[in-house]
Design a protein around this ligand. Structure first.
Ligand code: ADP
Ligand code: MG
Length: 531
C-alpha cells in the first residue's frame, strides 16, 4: 500500500470512530431521557401517581421517583445510570428523587442541542461543572437559616415533602409525627449520626390514616400465644428476648433414634417432658414473665408442651420474632438477646411497666409501654383502609423523616414550588453574560434546563406552563427570590409566606448528583460488551 492510501484509510477510521462515538452518545442520551420522561408526570403536589405491577403480580401505587424507578425493568446501561441516580439521591437526601431525574433528563436534552452545535463533550462537561458550583452559591445566598428547635419551621418542611404524595390530605397529621419521631432519635449535636432505622413503622390494616399515631414504647407485629390459656397482659413485666428453642432437640438429619419397645417410648416422652420443664423452670426462676422468641428455621421454636408449662407459670409468650427485628427490639428494650438457657440471667431482662396484646382493626399486636431506661427508638403505628395506602404511607413517612434529617444536618430552608430552580436559572444566566465563547453557551443552556422544574410543576397542575414560567422568571429578575407557583390559587406568589419550603440539602444534592450523572453519560463514547 502506498502512503497516500494509508493516510486515507486512517482518516476513514478516525471519522468512523467519531461517528460511532456520536451514535453511542446519542443512544445513551435518548435512552436516559426516556427514563426521565417516565417519572416527569409524578413531580409535584399535582403530579400523578404510578401503579406498578411487579413480576409476581403484586401491585402498588406510588408517587416516589426512587420507588418507581427501582421497580422499572431498564435494560439500557446508560438508562440504568438514571435509576441509580435517583437511588443516590434517596440515600443522600431521601427526598427530591423525582426532581433529580427530571433535572438530569433536561440537562441531557440541553447536551443534545450543544452537541448539535458542534461543541465538544469535554467543553460541555467542564462548563456544567462550573455552573453547578455557581448554582450552589446562588442557592446558599437565597436560603433562610432555620433554628431546628423551632418546631413549626421543621414541620413546614416535612409537610411540603408530604404534600406531593398520595397521602397529602393527611400532611397536617403526619408531618408533626415525622418531626417528633426524628427528634426523639436524634442528638442535635451529632446530626450526621442520625440513624433512621431507629424508627419503625408498624402497618395495621383497618381504620383510616387519621388513626396513625406515634407510640411511646415498642410495638410488635406479632400476637401473644393463647394456646393452653396463655397470658395476654402483664404489668410490671420482665421481658426476655430469646434466640433459642423451647422444644425437644432434633437429631441430625442422617441419624435416627429407633425406639424398640413400649417402655423405651415411655422413657423418651418422660425425658422430653423433664427437659422442657427444666427449661421453663429455669426461666421462671429468673423472674421473667414475658418471653419474646425468635423464629427458628431448624425446628418449631416452641412445642405444645412448653407452651403449656409457660402458660401455667403465667409467662406471656410472643413467638415468631424475625431475625431482622432482634436488633431493633434489643435497642428499644435496652436488653441483650439471650442465645442459650445457660446465659439466661436476670441481668438480661428488660423492665417494662405494661405488656399487653391489643386488637386494632382486624389484627392483633403487642404493645410494650413504660420501658424503663432511656430508649432511643420510636414506633409509629400506621393505619389505613387498604394495603396499597399503608405501603405508600410508609414510603411517604420515610421521605418526611429524611427531610427532617436533612434539615438537622444542614440548617437552611429554601423556597419550593420552582422558586429555587428559577432563582438559580436567573442567577446563572447573569453569570453566563460575563463568559465568552462556548462556555457561555453551555452555562446558559444549563440555566435554562433547570426551568424544567417550574415548567413541569405547572404542566402537571394543568396551568399554562409557558406563561407561568415567564412570569416566574420576571419576578426573580426583579429580585423576588421566593416567588414560586402557588397551586391553591393557580398563580405566582411568595413561597416562604405560603410555607412551601424544602431543606437546602435536598435541592443542592439533586443539582449536584444530576450534573455528575449527566457529565458521566456525556463522556462515554463507546459501550463495550463482555462475554
Ligand atoms: P420528589 O420526589 O423529587 O421530592 P415531589 O413529587 O415530592 O418530587 O415534588 C417535589 C416538588 O414539588 C418540589 O419542587 C417542591 O418545591 C414542589 N412542591 C411540593 N409541595 C408544593 C406546594 N404545596 N406548592 C408548590 N410546590 C410544591
Ligand atoms: Mg418529595
Amino acid at each position: 500500500m502506498d502512503s497516500q492510501s494509508n493516510n486515507k484509510s486512517s482518516r476513514d477510521n478516525a471519522s468512523h470512530d467519531r461517528q460511532k462515538a456520536k451514535d453511542v452518545r446519542l443512544s445513551n442520551i435518548s435512552a436516559s431521557k426516556a427514563v426521565a420522561d417516565a417519572v416527569r408526570t409524578s413531580l409535584g403536589p399535582r403530579g400523578l401517581d404510578k401503579m406498578v405491577q411487579e413480576e409476581g403480580g403484586d401491585v402498588f401505587i406510588s408517587n416516589d421517583g426512587a420507588t418507581i424507578l427501582s421497580k422499572m425493568r431498564v435494560e439500557h446501561p446508560a438508562a440504568k445510570m438514571l435509576v441509580d441516580l435517583s437511588k443516590a439521591q434517596d440515600v443522600e437526601a431521601g427526598d427530591g428523587t423525582t426532581t433529580v431525574v427530571v433535572i438530569a433528563g433536561s440537562l441531557l436534552s440541553a447536551c443534545l442541542t450543544l452537541l448539535g452545535k458542534g461543541i465538544h463533550p469535554s467543553v460541555i462537561s467542564d462548563a456544567f461543572q462550573f455552573a453547578v458550583e455557581k448554582a450552589e452559591e446562588i442557592l446558599e445566598r437565597a436560603a433562610q437559616p432555620v433554628d431546628v428547635n423551632d418546631r413549626a419551621a421543621v414541620v413546614q418542611a416535612a409537610a411540603t415533602a408530604l404534600s406531593s404524595k398520595v397521602v397529602s390530605q393527611h400532611a397536617a397529621l403526619l408531618a408533626p409525627i415525622a418531626v417528633e419521631a426524628v427528634t426523639r432519635i436524634s442528638n442535635l449535636d451529632q446530626p450526621d449520626s442520625i440513624d433512621l432505622r431507629n424508627i419503625r413503622v408498624v402497618k395495621k390494616l383497618g381504620g383510616t390514616l387519621d388513626d396513625t399515631e406515634l407510640f411511646d414504647g415498642l410495638v410488635l407485629n406479632q400476637h401473644a400465644n393463647k394456646s393452653a390459656g396463655g397470658v395476654t397482659k402483664v404489668t410490671g413485666a420482665k421481658v426476655a428476648l430469646i434466640q433459642f428453642c423451647l422444644s425437644a432437640p432434633k437429631t441430625d438429619i442422617e441419624n435416627n433414634v429407633i425406639v424398640q419397645d413400649y417402655s423405651a417410648m415411655d422413657r423418651v416422652l418422660r425425658e422430653e417432658r423433664q427437659y422442657i420443664l427444666n427449661l421453663c423452670k429455669k426461666i421462671k426462676n429468673t423472674g421473667c414473665n414475658v418471653l419474646l422468641i425468635q423464629k427458628s428455621i431448624l425446628r418449631d421454636a416452641t412445642s405444645e408442651l412448653s407452651l403449656h408449662y409457660l402458660a401455667k407459670m403465667k409467662i406471656m409468650v410472643v413467638q415468631d420474632i424475625e431475625r431482622e427485628e432482634i436488633e431493633f427490639i434489643a435497642k428499644s428494650l435496652q436488653c441483650v438477646p439471650i442465645a442459650g438457657i445457660d446465659s439466661f440471667v436476670p441481668e438480661k431482662l428488660a423492665k417494662v411497666d405494661l405488656v399487653e396484646e391489643v386488637t386494632v382493626g382486624t389484627e392483633k399486636m403487642v404493645k410494650l409501654s413504660g420501658i424503663q431506661g432511656k430508649h432511643k427508638t420510636v414506633s409509629i403505628i400506621a393505619r389505613g383502609s387498604n394495603k396499597l395506602m399503608l405501603d405508600e404511607t410508609e414510603r411517604s413517612l420515610h421521605d418526611a423523616f429524611c427531610v427532617v434529617r436533612s434539615l438537622f444536618r444542614r440548617r437552611f430552608l429554601i423556597a419550593g414550588g420552582g422558586a429555587a430552580e428559577t432563582e438559580v436559572a436567573v442567577g446563572l444566566n447573569k453569570i453566563a453574560k460575563t463568559l465568552e465563547g462556548a462556555a457561555a453557551f453551555c452555562v446558559r443552556a444549563f440555566a435554562d434546563a433547570l426551568e424544567v422544574i417550574p415548567y413541569t410543576l405547572a404542566e402537571n397542575a394543568g396551568l399554562p406552563s409557558i406563561e407561568i414560567v415567564t412570569e416566574l422568571r420576571n419576578k426573580h429578575v426583579q429580585g423576588d427570590k421566593n416567588a414560586g407557583i402557588n397551586f391553591k390559587k393557580g398563580c405566582i406568589s411568595n413561597m416562604a409566606e405560603e410555607n412551601v419550603v424544602m431543606p437546602l440539602l435536598v435541592t443542592v444534592s439533586a443539582l449536584r448528583l444530576a450534573t455528575e450523572c449527566v457529565r458521566m453519560i456525556l463522556k462515554i463514547d463507546d459501550i463495550v460488551m463482555t462475554r
